[in-house]
Design a protein around this ligand. Structure first.
Ligand code: PNS
Length: 163
């Protein structure tokens, strides 16, 4: 299925920047799978289940979008889904080196899979999931960084956690 794209990531938590990329990708591809990594090496703030619920909640009105968990190599997951396109958001030059490495590694592993980079609206270029968690943990407002559903989860999880 040529028209399926996969947007992989940690989404810990999903931000307005992620949602902006999802909306853009969904206008380009009739089917978009938002794929949450279950990478055991990272210790996420929000559980896999919580991230899945947040993503499903905030994307429920976007046509063609589904949310799944994936494990193992991303390119193997794409093959299983008959997908050929990886979507990644590119915010600033600071993202470039890692994204370049990731895209070329994935190309080496599977030459028929292409990575497509989408730029979020410029008002989100400074935004990151880890900063959202930190702002919430330290008592700041995250209202303009995440959708309301995510805000509730972030406050519940971070507000009373130890710095
Ligand atoms: O949101 P993130 O943390 O930048 O997402 C990184 C992610 C999940 C896209 C990347 O770590 C990934 O693809 N992990 C799966 C394992 C894999 O295929 N790695 C690439 C080859 S080393």
């Amino acid at each position: 299925m040529k028209n399926t794209a996969v947007y992989p990531g940690s989404f810990d938590p999903p931000t307005n920047g992620h949602l902006d990329v999802i909306a853009r990708a969904s206008r380009l591809f009739p089917r978009l799978i938002v794929a949450v990594t279950d990478n055991q090496n990272k210790t996420p703030t929000h559980t896999l289940e919580e991230r899945l619920l947040m993503l499903r909640g905030i994307t429920k009105n976007i046509p063609g979008v589904s949310v799944e968990i994936f494990s193992g190599l991303l390119v193997n997951y794409l093959k299983k889904k008959n997908a050929r396109v990886i979507i990644r958001g590119l915010r600033a030059v600071s993202d470039f080196e890692y994204e370049f490495q990731l895209a070329l590694m994935n190309r080496k592993l599977s030459p028929s899979i292409e990575t497509v980079f989408l730029m979020p609206d410029e008002k989100y270029v400074y935004l990151s999931s880890s900063m959202v968690n930190e702002v919430a943990r330290l008592g700041g407002s995250v209202d303009c960084f995440v959708p309301p559903l995510v805000r509730a989860q972030v406050i519940k999880k971070c507000r009373h956690s130890n710095p």
